[in-house]
Design a protein around this ligand. Structure first.
Ligand code: HEC
Ligand code: HEC
Length: 272
C-alpha cells in the first residue's frame, strides 16, 4: 500500500511537472514580447542584407545630403519647389522637403501645413531597379549636379529608396501621431543604445553647447521631437542623423524601432 501511494505520488508530481512545463512553454510561445525578440534574429530582413550600411547612408542622404557630404549649399530655392510652398533656400533641396519624412509626399504628413508642396510621394518606387531611380534623381526636374550628389552617394540614395523605406502609416497613427509600439520594450533599447548620447531622459543633444541648446528650445528634447514629428524621428532611428556620429537601428525589426519611438514619446517635452 505504502509503495503504491509512493509510486502514485511520484506519478502525480511528475505529471504536474509536465503540466507546468507545458504551461510555461505555452506562455512563452503566446507572449508577443518573446515572439518579437526571436523575430530580431529570424524575421529581420536587415540582418541578412549586405547592403545595410549603404541603405542607412542613403537614408541619411535623403534626410540631408548636404550635411552628410559636407557639400557646398546650393544657392537659392530649388527650381521645382512650388510657389505655394512656404519654405525657401537650401532646405528646399533636401529630398524630405518635397517627398516627406514618411515618403508619402502630399498623401502623407506633408499633405498640409507649412511643408505642403503638393508633390507626390515615393512609395510607388519601392522595389524599383536602383539604376532607374538614379536616372530619375538626376533628371531635369531635380536639377542636381554630380558635384552636388556624386555617383557613390547617388547609388546609396537609390538603394535606400528601393529597399530601405518603411510604410509609416502602419506604425504611426496619422491623426494622433502616436506610435503603435510598446514603450516598456522601447525603454530597454533607449537606455542601452541612445541614453549614452542623449541622456537617460532624452534631454541631451551631445554636439550642441548649452547655449545653442537653449536656443533650440523644446526642439532640444527628444521627447518633443518624437511627439511633434514621429515620422522624422522614426526615419532617424532607422538611419541615423546626417553629419554626426549617431547609430542606425535598421538592424532591428521595424516593431523594435517603433517601440523605441513609443518610449521617446513618453519622455519630457521641454523645460517647463
Ligand atoms: C523641390 C522639390 C523636390 C525635391 C527637393 C526632390 N524632388 Fe523628387 N520629385 C519632385 C517632383 C516634382 C517629382 C515629379 C513628380 C511627378 O512626376 O508627378 C519628383 C519625383 C521623384 C521620383 C519619382 C517618383 C515616382 O513615383 O515616379 C523620385 C524617385 C524622386 N523624386 C527622388 C528624389 C530624391 C532622392 C530627392 C533628393 C535627392 C528628391 N527627389 C528631391 C520634386 C522634388
Ligand atoms: C553616438 C551618439 C548617439 C547615439 C548613440 C544616438 N544619437 Fe541621436 N543624435 C546624436 C547627435 C550628435 C545628434 C545631433 C543633435 C545633437 O547635437 O545632439 C542626434 C540627433 C538625434 C535626433 C534628431 C534631433 C533633432 O532635433 O533633429 C533624434 C530624433 C535622435 N538623435 C534619436 C536617437 C535615438 C532614438 C537613439 C537611439 C536609438 C539615438 N539618437 C542614439 C548622437 C547620438
Amino acid at each position: 500500500m505504502d509503495k503504491i501511494t509512493r509510486i502514485s505520488g511520484l506519478f502525480l508530481s511528475s505529471l504536474s511537472l509536465v503540466l507546468t512545463t507545458s504551461l510555461i512553454l505555452f506562455a512563452v510561445d503566446s507572449n508577443p514580447a518573446y515572439a518579437q525578440q526571436s523575430g530580431i534574429v529570424t524575421k529581420s530582413a536587415a540582418a541578412v542584407d549586405p547592403d545595410i550600411w549603404d541603405i542607412a547612408r542613403g537614408g541619411q542622404l535623403y534626410d540631408n545630403w548636404m550635411a552628410v557630404l559636407d557639400a557646398e549649399r546650393p544657392k537659392g530655392t530649388h527650381p521645382a519647389y512650388p510657389a505655394i510652398g512656404k519654405q525657401k533656400g537650401k532646405n528646399t533641396w533636401r529630398c524630405k522637403e518635397c517627398h516627406g519624412w514618411d515618403y508619402m509626399g502630399e498623401d502623407g504628413a506633408y499633405g498640409r501645413g507649412s511643408h505642403f508642396t503638393g508633390i507626390k510621394g515615393l512609395r510607388n518606387i519601392v522595389g524599383m531597379e536602383p539604376a532607374k531611380i538614379e536616372k530619375i534623381i538626376m533628371d531635369k526636374t531635380h536639377a542636381y549636379t554630380s558635384k552636388m550628389i556624386p555617383e557613390r552617394a547617388l547609388e546609396k540614395l537609390a538603394l535606400f529608396l528601393s529597399r530601405g523605406q518603411v510604410g509609416m502609416d502602419q506604425y504611426i497613427d496619422r491623426s494622433t501621431k502616436a506610435a503603435r509600439g510598446d514603450p516598456r520594450r522601447g525603454a530597454l533599447f533607449f537606455q542601452t543604445v541612445c541614453a549614452i548620447c542623449h541622456g537617460f531622459d532624452g534631454t541631451r543633444m551631445i554636439s550642441k553647447s548649452e547655449t545653442v541648446l537653449a536656443a533650440f528650445g523644446d526642439r532640444g528634447f527628444l521627447g518633443s521631437v518624437a511627439s511633434d514629428n514621429p515620422w522624422e524621428t522614426l526615419h532617424k532611428i532607422r538611419n541615423g542623423q546626417p553629419g554626426v556620429g549617431m547609430v542606425a537601428l535598421r538592424i532591428l525589426s521595424t516593431q523594435d524601432q517603433v517601440d523605441v519611438l513609443a518610449y521617446i514619446q513618453t519622455l519630457r517635452r521641454g523645460r517647463r
